[in-house]
Design a binder for this molecule. Structure first.
Ligand code: CAA
Length: 283
């Protein structure tokens, strides 16, 4: 199936990045959020990233203009009527996602594929609120989307082979490498990454090492581009805690218990880079 028109729902960091790579691949992209100002600010941010790419001779001025022309801001979900694919990238809240997917099922054409960028919620459950579960799939991008090469493609219980193939092809068109993963808590990415981050927080909690030293061990010892505590701040400590809870509940296994220090930081509102303070402080 051919995909030429895409709607991305949620103009946060992830949604903006997804919209950017889809627009750069020549798709007409509706970037949707409840507040049009948020969408316009996100498009200005994308314009800045594209300008930097032009200054570094990675793209031409014409390619930048073409990408920006493909980005259409909207706060009206009904504009998804002519979309071939919708990618939802709102906050990790099942009630909100269920509401959005129910609405999308009504406003989109029957052939439209509905994807979620969820990092941990079950695709099968999201699909169950629609009348087209075979066309619902997880398309989990990594942050920052324009830079990271992976798309974790999550196949729900009912997802069809056709939908899987279309999303593999679409991911490749965006310059990404898709990997198929079954619909289990945390998928593969967060089942591996989050316990590692959580264990680094335990090291700090137990006084085994300072934040900086725990980060240095992984940066210099394992060649991670950023240490686990810097990465936790970058992802958001609330998101890290949320995903640990999903693993803990989903597997009912104590090895996934969130570190008390992580809970305490989230309760304090120390959410990482976005709140100005997490394991580090940010200007
Ligand atoms: N959007 C677009 N581009 C960005 C960006 C953003 N938000 N943040 C950084 N970049 C770009 C920079 O502009 C820079 O581009 P240039 O080469 O053109 O200058 C490039 O990335 C490298 O950035 P920096 O030189 O500033 O810093 P760096 O070398 O440390 O790289 C990084 C930054 C790419 C983020 C790198 O540190 C990295 O790969 N970190 C790990 C990121 C990671 O693990 N992401 C996955 C998180 S988990 C997830 O997303 C899923 C989940 O479910 C939680």
């Amino acid at each position: 199936m051919s995909i030429s028109t895409v709607m991305v729902i949620g103009a946060g960091q992830m949604g903006g990045g997804i919209a950017q790579v889809a627009a750069a691949a020549g798709r007409k992209v509706y970037l949707n959020d409840v507040d049009l100002d948020i969408v316009k600010k996100r498009i200005s941010f994308i314009e800045g990233l594209l300008a930097k790419d032009v200054s570094k001779d990675r793209i031409t001025e014409a390619q930048k203009a073409a990408t920006l022309a493909n980005l259409i801001p909207t706060n009206d979900i009904a504009m998804a009527a002519d979309a071939d694919l919708v990618i939802e990238a709102v906050i990790e809240n099942m009630d909100l996602k269920s509401k959005i997917f129910t609405q999308l099922d009504e406003v989109t054409k029957p052939s439209c594929i509905l994807a979620s960028n969820t990092s941990s919620l079950p695709i099968t459950e999201i699909a169950a609120v629609t009348k087209r579960p075979e066309q619902v799939i997880g398309m989990h991008f990594m942050n920052p989307v324009p830079v990271m090469k992976l798309v974790e493609v999550i196949r729900g219980l009912a997802t069809s082979d056709e939908t899987l193939k279309a999303i593999f092809d679409e991911s490749v068109a965006y310059g990404k490498t898709p990997v198929e993963v079954r619909d289990v808590p945390g998928f593969v990415s967060n089942r591996l990454l989050m316990p590692m981050i959580n264990e680094a927080i335990f090291c700090v909690y137990e006084g085994v090492a300072t934040v900086e030293d725990a980060d240095t061990v992984m940066k210099l010892g394992m060649n991670w581009p950023m240490g686990p505590l810097t990465l936790a701040d970058f992802i958001g400590l609330d998101t890290c805690l949320y995903i640990m809870e999903v693993l803990y509940d989903g597997y009912a296994d104590s090895k996934y218990r969130p570190c008390p220090l992580l809970r305490q930081y989230v309760k304090a509102g120390w959410l990482g880079k976005k709140s100005g303070r997490g394991f580090y402080t940010y200007a």
